[in-house]
Design a protein around this ligand. Structure first.
Ligand code: NAD
Length: 467
């Protein structure tokens, strides 16, 4: 049995890592938690059976108690990663650190060096590398199915409602409070591009900005909050009740499933919620569809199952604000161009306007082309071989509601396998997303941010020298 402590019992700490431990009680046990918000701390303690003396209101207090477990999960916000991760490594914990590992180049380097000096794993939660989707692409590339990679064209299409939730109304809306979106969101994608190409980048240029989610684009007469009598409440796609009370965009994903069962249930929840309420009395999980209490609703209130609590959150909290009247400043679209050692090129497009959320990737190789599409409702990978000019379907999956297309589970399986094996120091086991492996994607993100703000091409030598 592996033991763990948690720093930050918010969305990731509780719903990703805590939930995995509860589903895998024979493999992972949380023995302590550090969380300043009493309601979150107590809920985590109750779910995991923690005694009061093992519940702390900050990571400093937790670490003052010495090393209590094998591994420490650091799931605080972007700007609060470096200090607790360094302290945990110093105490001898293995660390699972949320991405981005840090918000400055200096801190990223410090973390890499500290983990290597401590001889402990510092694993970054770059969950995409652990998905079946990207594992399949990596294998296809390594097996030479498309020859040598010449160019990668990758898009991160964030849906309009997810973008509004996280980057307009929510926690990652301001670079000074979290980090620029090219780091906060696309460090995952930069990491995948670098992982597939396998050599360091040389040059980066980037363009982008905040195009749409600004006051001048508000429709006439819109108040500052959706529930303050907005005349557009019924027609606005970002209307807070539509997203958080009815969960319409999420249910619409179900209506795009290829299976009748999923389409029927999602359609019924949208059009005849009374029917699901009735069926929910016979089979309670169905009630969730008409009273959604999972992400993103679980982040707006600590009582997501209560309609009153949700309503209050929209009346008083940040998620009830009109998307055109928030204090957001992060880009809502950005492109990044990269050249890698050996001349391989890649482009990354990020935007917050997709009707259907997901990542698309197209890889041109000397011997073939690979197309990949990773959305919640469908995953598909096709390879066209130049010789045979025939299509080979490598992956074809319907609706996968698991977090990050199964990446969260994959990360946990990999972490546990390395710790259960007993020899878990870096170098002794393959740590797919070690701090060192993750450094390159972070440097790429910092370079893209500088390029976009300063309107110039950035040499990666400059990034490496700055540390
Ligand atoms: N790997 C992924 O794909 C992925 C997905 C979403 C978020 N994230 C990252 O995970 C991190 C956490 O995101 P979240 O949505 O869970 O945030 P959150 O705000 O829900 O949770 C952070 C928690 O840390 C707590 N905290 C603050 N100060 C603390 C302290 N001194 N000691 C202990 N706890 C403290 C907060 O009270 C809060 O409950 C962020 O960096 C985010 O970018 C990663």
């Amino acid at each position: 049995m592996i033991t763990a402590v948690l720093v930050g019992a918010g969305n990731r700490g509780k719903d990703a890592y805590g939930a995995w431990a509860l589903k895998n009680k024979h493999r992972l046990k949380f023995v302590a938690v550090a969380e300043p918000l009493a309601a979150r701390r107590e809920a985590f303690a109750e779910a995991h059976g923690l005694p009061p003396e093992r519940c702390y209101s900050s990571w400093e207090e937790l670490f003052a108690a010495g090393r209590l477990a094998d591994v420490c999960f650091v799931a605080t916000q972007d700007r609060q990663h470096t200090a607790p991760a360094l302290a945990a490594l110093e105490l001898g914990y293995h660390v699972l650190l949320e991405k981005p590992m840090a918000v400055t180049e200096e801190d990223c380097h410090m973390l890499v060096e500290a983990s290597e000096k401590a001889g402990r794993q510092l694993r970054v939660a770059h969950v995409l590398r652990y998905t079946r989707f990207f594992q399949t692409i990596k294998k296809a590339v390594e097996e030479g199915l498309i020859g040598k990679i010449v160019n990668i064209n990758h898009s991160e299409n964030v849906s309009y409602w997810h973008f509004a939730h996280s980057y307009v109304r929510g926690n990652w809306r301001r670079a000074d409070e979290s980090s620029p979106i090219v780091l906060a969101k696309t460090c995952h994608d930069l990491d995948i591009i670098y992982w597939l190409i396998g050599t360091p980048a040389i040059k980066v240029s980037s363009f982008g900005g905040l195009y749409f989610y600004r006051p001048e684009n508000a429709p006439p007469g819109a108040p500052k909050r959706c529930l303050d009598g907005c005349p557009h409440l019924e027609s606005c796609q970002w209307a807070a009740p539509r997203i958080y009370l009815k969960a319409e965009p999420l249910l619409q994903i179900g209506t795009r499933s290829r299976y009748f069962y999923n389409r029927f249930l999602a359609g019924a929840a949208l059009r005849t919620p009374w029917l699901l309420n009735m069926l929910g009395r016979l089979y309670p999980p169905l009630e969730t569809l008409v009273n959604w209490d999972q992400w993103p609703v679980s982040t707006i209130t600590d009582r997501p199952g209560s309609r009153e609590a949700k309503l209050q959150a929209l009346q008083e909290g940040p998620y009830g604000r009109c998307v055109f009247f928030c204090d957001n400043d992060v880009n809502d679209h950005q492109v990044v161009n990269m050249e890698f050692t050996g001349g391989v090129t890649a482009t990354l497009t990020l935007h917050g306007f997709a009707s259907s959320e997901g990542r698309w990737i197209r890889i041109e190789g000397t011997g073939g082309t690979l197309f990949g599409k990773l959305t919640t409702e469908h995953q598909e990978i096709i390879v066209y071989d130049h010789h045979q000019v025939q299509k080979k379907l490598l992956l074809d999956l319907d609706l996968d509601l698991r977090a990050h297309g199964g990446g969260d589970d994959g990360l946990m399986e990999s972490l546990m396998a390395s710790l259960e094996g007993g020899s878990s120091a870096p170098g002794e086991v393959e740590v797919l997303t070690s701090a060192r492996a993750s450094l390159e994607s972070h440097l790429l993100a910092f370079a893209a941010d500088i390029s976009q703000r300063e309107n110039r091409v950035v040499s990666m030598d400059e990034m490496r020298r700055s540390c």
